[in-house]
Design a protein around this ligand. Structure first.
Ligand code: FMN
Length: 228
């Protein structure tokens, strides 16, 4: 039987990996990576993404996971949404990953490095410090109108997962709103980055794990609801 992933734990322990052991991907590794890709559910039905593995060694990783994708808000949201689910599924299989915007594969907004994590070296400690990767805005800063006093633990856990999402230069360009005890709204404008979709993915997998189901709906460009 397929084991359900503990997404909440994965989200709370995930951080970008920028140091990798030297390792050439085997056929079994590629199968495992493509299984992680296959586990990602799409956000909408209109954008099709064909994820691939490129044999590139950015920061010493074993490969880059990427897909061709347009640059509209909706396309970028889809990219981040699927990509972050892939990141979490890879983490569950003990792969290290880092979203990577500095090197773009042709037709792709950014890629995801993947490889076997190694002990941290000076450069990655510096990169992590520069992007203040371990810092996040507080929920007080992010939730418009605050969290209603009698909100269920589930609402708070979904918000916390959304808060912990990674973003380019750790900008966290999103805001949240609690619209009922079974729905939150996430808004964001990440420019040319897929950050909003990444945040939506964290919220969706958390709601789905705790409530057994979750629906993400596009309200308008840059605004989505997650209900369960
Ligand atoms: C779309 C995107 C692009 C990113 N590009 C880079 C990059 O080019 N180089 C890098 O070192 N980190 C990059 N990151 C990683 C972020 O700096 C990192 O996720 C953020 O600082 C939070 O840290 P954490 O992932 O360790 O929690 C990127 C992240 C995202 C979401």
């Amino acid at each position: 039987m397929k084991k359900e992933l503990d997404y909440i734990d994965l989200i709370r322990t995930r951080h970008s990996t920028r140091d990798y052991d030297q390792h050439t991907l085997t056929d079994a590794d590629r199968t495992q990576i493509m299984e992680a890709v296959a586990s990602a559910v799409p956000l909408g039905s209109t954008v099709r993404l064909e994820w691939k593995i490129a044999d590139r060694s950015i920061m010493g990783c074993s490969g880059l996971v990427y897909a061709k994708c347009g640059s509209s808000h909706d396309e970028l949201a889809e990219y981040g949404y699927q990509g972050e689910q892939i990141v979490l599924a890879l983490l569950a299989r003990e792969w290290g990953t880092c979203w990577y915007g500095m090197v773009r594969m042709p037709g792709s907004p950014c890629s995801i490095t993947v490889g076997k994590p190694a002990a941290r070296r000076v450069r990655s400690v510096v990169m992590g410090a520069l992007s203040r990767g371990h810092m996040r805005k507080s929920l007080e800063q992010l939730v418009t109108g605050g969290i209603p006093e009698h909100s269920s633990p589930l609402v708070r856990t979904v918000l916390e997962s959304a808060r912990l999402a990674p973003s380019a230069i750790n900008r966290q360009v999103w805001s949240f709103e609690v619209t009922s005890d079974t729905q939150i709204v996430i808004k964001g404008d990440a420019g040319r980055f897929p950050d909003l979709g990444i945040c939506l993915a964290n919220a969706m997998v958390t709601a789905r794990q705790l409530a057994g189901k979750a629906t993400v709906s596009r309200l308008n460009e840059g605004t989505y609801s997650i209900s369960w």
